[in-house]
Design a protein around this ligand. Structure first.
Ligand code: ADP
Length: 509
């Protein structure tokens, strides 16, 4: 039995309209710990949803590096049923910065007091199944222990895919069973695959190891089970929602997703419009906006100077920020690099990832120092300076569920050059040479030739039709990528998940 908190929280107000209650479970949340876009989403979306009057609360692990001194330690301990017995965790409570939104940190050092979130670069911790079964189970136990019974639980990616499964199984006929479940796929490539023999670690019986739930090509697959069990599914852009139902993008789960196609929604992510605002960005050399873009030239010169590149206003800078992985198409960029560097351009790359890519780009930059700089690091400030100081941003993604970087770049008047896939297609409109419309440049074939041609197209537009470039910059900066739209859409998803679960509208009884 979980130990009750000494001060249980009051759940619903005794009178008046009841608020929709949502538990948001995520393996990473910015600004606490981040490896990718999911953390950005988890750090902002709940805040925007809460502003709409939804009582949404976040749960995540207390990882090493999180400033636990600033968090309130809740009294008592949380009992989490695990295959090895009852694990006893602590819970710390914080507030998402700039809001009163509660974030519950599950403190269990055996699993989470480690330098990396999922494993050292290129590797996975061997006990990840235990770690994230634990997180999923702990999130549900937490609700019961503090008396917060959500109407809907929102789980994200494979690390929390067990949450909707547990709601349907171990919580059967118990209070949490009434919660509707929404499962969001941020990146289908990471599915949580484990050997079938590890099934016992989930605490679920062998009967769930079947081709409709966990079994997938002879292994167990957490994402597949989450897809089967959640009431409603979503992903982070409308195009990606369609793509993942095809074998080209489905990573083997396209059949599952097509089966549930009627329950799969695509909602475009927003961006943190405060953190990424060229008018008030402490990281950049000069503020600027769509109405007065002069500061962008100052940012460009500062970037060239800081990085030791020739300070030349009329040579375009192509920025690259992102994980150096096959997903991002960096292998294709590598093959196009010599061609692109044969022109009068500058390239600034910031990224970490595959060792081969890190070495390759570092090597080319060391040989072509007058034209290229490569920073193999994770550097938030430099990411902002590159977005502000560059003329174009390269994003030749092989697949892209949503992508944030191309939205940031548009906000900073830096025109994205992207492959036509996933969220890139939903957020960038292609340049029309006839009338100057568009907010970026799109290419379709993932080949070095197509990429280089499109860079060449951008380069010639930069020199031959500067008025088009200026108009595109302003148009890009005026796009609305704020979270308000996505928050409205998520509130609808939550109500829909509730309706599917309960068979009636929220508030109707
Ligand atoms: P993904 O989630 O696939 O990595 P997104 O474009 O959705 O791609 O989000 C990437 C996020 O990580 C952005 O906020 C981007 O600025 C940031 N980022 C990626 N690599 C770096 C890096 N090396 N330094 C700083 N920020 C980075």
């Amino acid at each position: 039995m979980p130990v009750a908190w000494v001060r249980p929280e009051r759940v619903s107000p005794p009178t008046g309209e009841r608020k929709l209650k949502v538990l948001y479970v995520a393996p990473e949340v910015a600004p606490y710990r981040k490896t990718g876009g999911l953390a950005d989403v988890a750090g902002v979306l709940p805040r925007a949803v809460r502003q709409r009057g939804v009582d949404i609360r976040v749960v995540m692990p207390l990882y090493q590096g999180i400033d636990w001194h600033s968090l309130e330690r809740l009294e008592g301990t949380l009992g989490v049923p695990m295959y090895f017995g009852q694990a006893r965790a602590s819970v710390r409570l914080g507030r998402l910065p700039g809001s009163d939104l509660p974030v519950y940190f599950i403190e269990y050092n055996r699993f989470f007091d480690r330098p990396h979130l999922y494993g050292p670069p290129g590797q996975a911790y061997s006990d990840n199944l235990e770690r994230f079964s634990f997180l999923s189970r702990a999130a549900l136990e937490l609700c019961k222990t503090i008396g917060f019974f959500p109407d809907v639980i929102h789980a994200n990616d494979w690390q929390t895919a067990l949450v909707p499964v547990y709601v349907n199984t171990v919580e059967w006929a118990r209070p949490m069973h009434g919660a509707g479940t929404l499962f969001t796929i941020h990146n289908l490539a990471y599915q949580g695959n484990f050997e079938s023999g590890a099934m016992f670690i989930t605490g679920l019986g062998w009967e769930h190891y079947n081709s409709s739930e966990f079994e997938h090509f002879g292994d167990m697959n957490l994402m597949k089970a989450g897809i089967r069990h959640a009431n409603l599914l979503s992903t982070v852009s409308p195009t990606y929602a369609r793509e993942i139902q095809t074998s080209a993008y489905g990573f083997g789960l396209d059949g599952e997703l097509a089966l549930r196609g009627r329950d799969l929604r695509g909602v475009l992510n927003g961006i943190d419009a405060h953190a990424w605002d060229p008018e008030h960005d402490p990281h950049i050399a000069a503020p600027y906006g769509a109405r007065d873009i002069a500061g962008k030239a100052v940012c460009k010169a500062a970037l060239q100077q800081q990085l030791g590149l020739p300070v030349r206003p009329n040579v375009p800078i192509f920025g690259v920020v992102g994980r150096l992985t096959a997903q991002k198409g960096f292998d294709v960029l590598a093959h196009a690099l010599e061609h692109i560097l044969s022109w009068d351009v500058q390239i600034v790359l910031l990224g970490k990832g595959d060792h081969e890519a890190e070495h390759f780009f570092g090597y080319v930059a060391s040989r072509r120092g007058e034209k290229m700089r490569a920073y193999i690091a994770f550097d938030e400030g430099l990411a902002h300076r590159i977005e502000a100081g560059s003329d174009f941003l390269l994003m030749p993604s092989r697949y892209e569920p949503c992508g944030l970087t191309q939205m940031y770049s548009q906000r900073y008047g830096t025109l994205p050059i992207v492959r036509g896939t996933g969220g890139l297609l939903d957020t960038v409109s292609n340049y029309n040479q006839a009338n100057g419309e568009g907010t970026g440049f799109i290419f379709w074939d993932l080949t070095p030739g197509a990429l280089a041609d499109t860079v060449g197209w951008a380069l010639s537009t930069y020199h031959d039709r500067p008025e088009h470039i200026l108009a595109m910059r302003k148009r890009a900066m005026e796009q609305d990528f704020s979270w308000d739209r996505a928050a409205v859409a998520h509130e609808h998803l939550y109500r829909e998940a509730y309706r599917i679960r309960r068979g009636h509208e929220f508030g109707a009884r």
